[in-house]
Design a protein around this ligand. Structure first.
Ligand code: PRP
Length: 560
């Protein structure tokens, strides 16, 4: 029997001396900030009844919660978040308490993470909730606390972006489309998938709603993004102008504060549109590929607990802030005892991950057409990290799946990778451009002349893409048995291991030469540019310039 008595579960770890001290330093600093603003500490249980979280299934899918049972067999869950337990506590224990209520917390949350992605399952969070106050002042109070918290705890410059999910919710409600299509539009806006968003909103519905929705994810930056939004929304009915005005006022007030130049807006910030009701915001620091701060107004949440209270708040990822401080230069670490200069790490360069192998030639050609000196890329030998002479760009050549991993973690800012790998691996990043190269398609194929759908019994499918294959057969309501194969998948039906394959087909010659034929096409595939979410906000100008250069190269190639 294997005994797991020497290691800790994936996603957890022991925290040793330096890190404990650094983490406590951050916690104490944040306590100081919150208490000075009259917030008082509360703690909620480490585990709660599952029912507390089940009505927010869209935000806390049950797959991500750790579950156990109590001594009466009732389902419990380790808390995946602190805001919902605090709402439960306020609606019950603090019913009738004078409002507004200002609370803060410092406690761990627990979330199941996909296997081997390097994500933490146990996260130390600190945050505040301002309960029973609505309107402009309350939003500004919470955001000012967010700015103060990041300014005090990040060793480098940071960004806070503001959005308004009310704007998206209004537009999507006005759009005439099936729920599944609205769901897709939501996803494409959240991931800045401009190409796919354009495609779904093309066609018949050339109305103002579709036009604005198409532009939403591109509307991010400083005052110019607000200006552009005003132009775009003009003449649109309902309370869109009121919501925009609210966001603008908040932006203007924050922009005047210390660190005001770190504030930006993003109308495409719609990730948690089911949970938040209007203002939303996220905070980023250079040392973390994920947001380290996340918050917003959640006026509807208390209704789940029989109360009707407006509320705003945010949570900070203390582990990520600690890691940032420990990584930073000693002088920056010292400076973080007070507040840190905004320009701590100077003008940023860009690290770009390119998929090696099949796509490599196309990508290098595109970069050359875009005017970059690719001599070192062409003559790379066994080198994996290559600078682009005369620029602050550095190129990494990696396997497709690893391109995604590097970008997701923020060790590369930008990646170029096939849609096949994106579809299989998923993850959180922006997918900003279809590069129009590496064109092929996903298809179901089987031995020529075989009646694939005929007869009974589950079919066996060999594939390098088990996620894509499973989702596709699921959408057809068909049971299949999937067998993961690493390469040359066409062999599996020839050796009678499988009845068919799901694979990418480019010219079709591998299928033909092995006596297979396409039964059904699943979806087209091409190379995409993906961008780390934090880098998109921290290095906007550099990323825009690189994307524009490749876009021009793409257009040049299309014309030729
Ligand atoms: C891909 C794919 C097919 C083949 C299709 O494999 O899995 O086998 O290319 O291309 P075609 O339609 O032009 O013949 P790849 O060459 O990447 O190798 P692998 O299967 O060993 O991973």
């Amino acid at each position: 029997m294997i005994r797991y008595d020497r290691i800790t579960p994936e996603g957890t770890r022991d925290i040793l001396f330096d890190e404990c001290e650094a983490q406590n330093g951050i916690i104490n600093r944040l306590r100081g900030i919150f208490e000075e603003k009259q917030y008082r500490e509360v703690m909620t249980p480490g585990f709660e009844f599952y029912d507390v979280f089940s009505s927010n299934a869209a935000y806390y899918p049950q797959e991500s919660m750790y579950k156990l049972a109590d001594n009466r067999g009732r389902l419990l869950t380790l808390r995946p978040d602190s805001t919902i337990p605090i709402a439960r506590m306020t609606a019950t224990k603090l019913k009738g308490h004078a409002l507004p209520l200002r609370v803060y917390y410092a406690q761990r949350v627990f979330r199941q993470q996909p296997e081997l992605r390097g994500r933490r399952s146990e996260i130390m969070q600190m945050g505040i909730e301002l309960i029973g106050a609505s309107g402009f002042e309350a939003d500004v109070e919470v955001l000012t606390a967010a700015v103060d918290a990041l300014a005090a705890c990040s060793a480098s410059h940071f960004r806070i972006e503001l959005g308004h999910v009310g704007i998206f919710n209004k537009l999507i409600a006005d759009l005439e489309a099936e729920p599944a299509e609205k769901e897709r539009i939501h996803r494409y806006i959240a991931s800045k998938n401009y190409a796919a968003l354009g495609d779904v909103l093309e066609g018949a519905r050339q109305d103002k709603t579709a036009e604005i929705l198409k532009e939403l994810p591109r509307l991010f930056g400083g005052a110019e993004a607000l200006e552009e939004a005003r132009r775009l929304f003009s003449g649109y009915g309902g309370d869109l102008p009121v919501m925009l005005e609210h966001l603008e006022r908040i932006y203007r007030v924050l922009a005047r504060l210390d660190f005001g130049d770190q504030i930006m807006v993003d109308f495409g910030l719609v990730n948690q549109a089911e949970y938040y009701s209007s203002l939303v915001f996220k905070g980023y620091v250079a040392s973390s590929g994920d947001a380290v701060l996340s918050g917003g107004r959640y006026d509807g949440l208390f209704r789940d607990f029989g109360e009707n209270l407006p509320a705003t708040g945010f949570a900070l990822n203390v582990d990520a802030l600690t890691a940032g401080l420990l990584q930073a230069e000693p002088e920056a670490r010292g400076a973080a005892d007070g507040t840190v200069s905004a320009a701590a790490d100077g003008a940023p360069g860009l690290r770009i991950a390119l998929t090696k192998g099949r796509l490599e030639k196309d990508l290098v050609g595109m970069m050359e057409a875009a005017g970059y000196d690719v001599s070192l890329l062409r003559d790379k030998g066994r080198k994996l990290l290559l600078p682009i002479p005369g620029t602050k760009l550095q190129v990494v050549l990696a396997k497709a799946a690893d391109v995604i991993t590097y970008v997701e973690h923020g060790v590369c800012d930008v990646g170029v990778v096939g849609k096949d790998t994106i579809a299989e691996q998923g993850g959180v990043y922006y997918e900003i451009m279809d590069l129009g190269v590496g064109l092929c398609r996903f298809a179901l194929a089987a031995p020529m002349g075989q009646d694939f759908y005929g007869g009974f019994g589950a079919r066996r499918i060999a594939t390098k893409y088990p996620g894509v294959a499973a989702a596709w057969f699921e959408s057809k309501g068909m049971d299949v048995q999937i067998i993961k194969i690493e390469g040359s998948v066409e062999l599996a039906p020839l050796l009678s291991l499988a009845d068919g394959i799901v694979d990418i087909v480019e010219t079709g010659s591998t299928l033909r030469e092995n006596g297979l034929e396409i039964i059904e096409e699943i979806r087209p595939v091409s190379a995409r540019m993906i961008v780390n979410v934090a880098a998109m906000k921290l290095k906007k100008a550099e990323i825009d310039a690189f994307a524009a250069a490749l876009q021009t190269a793409r257009e040049g190639a299309d014309e030729a």
